[in-house]
Design a protein. Structure first.
Length: 365
């Protein structure tokens, strides 16, 4: 069926979390901002995708409206891989990452949602079959900085049923507070968002070893410095993870082949959608890596990640942003249960469409 419309829909959802307002990417977040992508075909079916993100949403939305939509409208929505490859080749002059790749990824997710709906099965069935009905989630806390607030955030995560926690802290006292609050048995991960130069990263990684991290995420600035990641992995016993900022599957190739990383972390809304994500998953399998998806989302990006994880045994836990939403897009679907688990939706496609009443309230006009 032919695509007849592609619409970027920016939303802003009020939220609460431990401590004062904070954010990433150089801005404070009074709301959580996401970019949905609505795709309709001539038979009346609607697919939903999500394109990264946050403060660059206006740029990504402009790419969708002005560049991507004119190329994709009128095309056959069922030929997902072929259309994605053609669009990537056509648009590569604008770069193989950033807003162009985010836009392509949003369309790709929506087309896979349509494929599942047309086949009348959940997306995981198209990706290889639902291998598990529920998936462990871990609470991914905002950067809280103050060790006392970090401790409270970890205690709250345990109360909600989470059995693993990730921090975004860059100091040893903050990590120590988390380990004290969680005890010895709960897995603890730390994402520093490329905070350290290589020599500093070695010093910090060694200082954090006593906290028995499941992984240390994006420890090196710049993130492309694979040689320094390799040296860091050789200098520390802590497993390393990275990939949120790797822009496409080809860029993942040297990281998959290297001994530097234990976990590859593609982000379905950043890397180019489900089609590109699955290429990274195949690389991970060939090179003995695990997949730990970057997924601090509450929209189609999260549902896509859950569906992928249901079909991909390389994925252990899924990231859940450690905040409380005022208006969840899917009600309880897409939120962890009281045991800290994501239940895999079994309705066709991604498993659910956004609640139209909630969407109306949170849509940015």
């Amino acid at each position: 069926m032919r695509i007849i419309s592609i619409e970027p829909i920016p939303i802003a959802i009020p939220y609460r979390h431990e401590g004062p307002l904070t954010g990433f990417g150089g801005s404070v977040w009074p709301t959580l901002r996401y970019l949905l992508v609505r795709v309709e075909t001539e038979d009346g079916l609607v697919g939903w995708g999500e394109a990264f993100g946050y403060s660059v949403i206006p740029a990504t939305a402009a790419v969708i409206r002005e560049t991507l939509a004119p190329l994709a409208i009128g095309r056959d929505a069922s030929i997902v891989a072929g259309l994605m490859e053609e669009l990537k080749k056509t648009l590569h002059i604008y770069g193989r990452g950033g807003s162009t790749q985010y836009a392509i990824g949003g369309l790709d997710i929506a087309l896979w949602d349509l494929a599942g709906k047309r086949a009348r099965c959940p997306l995981a069935e198209l990706l290889g079959g639902i291998g598990r009905a529920s998936i462990d989630a871990y609470s991914s806390l905002m950067r809280l900085t103050d060790p006392d607030i970090v401790r409270r955030g970890c205690e709250r995560a345990r109360q909600k049923g989470f059995r693993a926690v990730k921090l975004h802290e860059i100091t040893e006292p903050a990590v120590a507070a988390a380990r004290e609050a969680l005890g010895d048995d709960i897995p603890l991960m730390v994402d520093v968002n490329c905070a350290w130069r290589p020599d500093e990263a070695v010093t910090m990684a060694r200082s954090l070893e006593r906290h028995r991290l499941t992984w240390l995420e994006e420890p090196i600035w710049p993130p492309e410095d694979l040689a320094s990641l390799q040296r860091l992995r050789a200098a520390s016993d802590t497993p390393l993870a990275a990939g949120e900022n790797i822009p496409n599957a080809w860029a993942f190739k040297p990281f998959a082949e290297s001994h530097a990383l234990d976990y590859l972390q593609p982000s379905v809304t950043k890397v180019g959608g489900i089609t590109e994500f699955m290429k990274v998953a195949n690389m991970a399998e060939f090179h003995g890596k695990r997949i730990a998806p970057h997924s601090p989302y509450f929209g189609p990006g999260l549902l896509a990640t859950i569906q992928i994880a249901a079909a991909c045994p390389l994925i252990g836990r899924i990231e859940c942003f450690g905040v409380e939403l005022e208006s969840p897009l899917y009600g309880s679907i897409g939120l962890p249960d009281t045991n800290g688990m994501f239940v895999v939706p079994t309705s066709p496609g991604l498993g659910m469409d956004p609640d139209p009443d909630v969407l109306k309230r949170v849509k940015v006009t």
